[in-house]
Design a protein around this ligand. Sequence first.
Ligand code: ARG
Length: 606
Amino acid sequence: MLPLPSLLSAALRRALNALPEPPPADFSATVTAAADPRFGDYQANAAMALAKIRKTNPRALAAEIVVKLKGDAELAKISAEPTIAGAGFINFTLKPEFLAERTRALLDDAKLGVPVAGKPETVVIDFSSPNIAKPMHVGHLRSTLIGDCLARVARFLGHRVITDNHLGDWGTQFGKVIYGWKKFRDPVAFEKDPLAELVRIYQEASSRAERGEKIAAEAIHARAIGDADTLNRLLASDHEAERLAADQCRAELAKLQSGDPENVGIWRECVRISCEELDRIYARLGVHFDYQLGESHFNPRLAPLVEELIVRGIARESESAICIFFPDDAKLAEKPALIRKRDGAFNYATTDLATLELRVNKWGGTKLWYVVGAPQALHFEQINAAARQMGISVPITHITFGSILGEDRKIMRTRSGENVALRDLLDEAEARAAAIIAARSPDLPEGDRAETARIIGLGAVKYAELSQHRLTDYVFAWDRMLSFQGNTAPYLQNAYVRIRSIFRKSETAFSAPERIVLAGPAELELAKKLAQFAETVPAVLEDFRPNLLANYLSELANVFHGFYEACPVLKSEGETRATRFALCELAARVLRTGLDLLGIAVPERM
Ligand code: ARG
């Protein structure tokens, strides 16, 4: 069962090939959903595109193509006679009998018409990947939710998907954490809430080191301008701890990296505590990783990798550091990738090259996706270019996204100016959803309430993310995302719940009818929308846009509500009743499956 645009496009291709002068094989004969339903269901702009190349009249060419289309017996089963509109659009209107057959076929298809990818790939998806020992905050939400959705969609399309959380568990933050651990850790507080204490000592160390850097800079300035009073004040002993902090943090990091047993022990403990919290959050979000190989995993591979790259002539020394140069790349010619620092330490790029090797050579990745913020664009361009030099030709795609803004349209922060902890955000989502449910559905059984609030609160947060174009910044607005009206998760979940309640009232289990009869416009419109699921899901991966699926589901829910108002289900009879039940069943399945691809669950009641 091919999606409708593919069927129509194949017919168009046949018509183009039947022209006296057919276009070349690579000429695109795409068919898309009609922009204006008054003209039909699907449209093609092939006549206009071809006329432009040939400098002929587009409408006349469209007429020639339509003559051929009218002679196509296959097309005649699907579409009424195509028409021409505007500057040369060719429009197709689906036949009700064809839609009825399609609807019937969808009832027997677990994939609801979505085709399996013609060429299955092994896709390695790197997403979420937070730096640990700091709490996960709202900034990590976008990568986590987009990455999870892409993984679900790719799997549904039949690709082999490997998800990997590239935890930042080996970065400079550990110098500060270990310094803080030794200087500020309060054993009682640690016993009570280890993660909170970890965050506190990190913040304490990091602000002390920051103050130290500032004092050092001011002292240099005071010395330069001969301001002895300021200099003395800055060098006074009460600033000593600050002055030394930054250096001491760096020293702790160096000790960790050279394998000092005490520091390695502290590091291990910090990683364990952080990962426990992360796992709780991922479990709550329903996000699964096949691997969580943090940066530290690659540590043993870094030194030999750099040596190999030198021997192979890919990396070389420059000002006592080791770099990979990209002389052939106009954009990167001045921007070599640093893979071993002067002091012998390796960095982010080195780890990513080692990671890349594993993903391609061991896991057999044929596509590598990185769902990481836009500020790392240069890094991934360098990784891409370095991979080519290493002889790795697998496509590497950096999938970026915008920011989440607070209601003041600035980067979202707590009232005291800190990043909003993800845990608090999820708690708030559930609490708000619980309050809404208590007010709306007081008779919902007590036992179901907490679970329903969880599903609705979490769904609202996820949908607010995934219904936006990933590149735009969006405002995180509780009231809007939890509204039961508009383009929101509760609206979609409610549409599903409403359908389920029709089935409960009917008191008979659904069984697919022999035949579907689409008699009225509301039924036809719903059948068309349901058929479009097949083309919508694959489109998500074309430019990594979960919002295409989200918006499709919202349109489907709207069309369903229109159908529900126009077409009584329980009170109808015979074939009409059977068809309407079948449409309800399919709408529920598409909503549930589509939401599941977004990582969103549905309640049975709400
Ligand atoms: N830990 C990094 C950060 O928080 C993101 C890592 C992304 N993945 C990668 N393979 N570089 O900025």
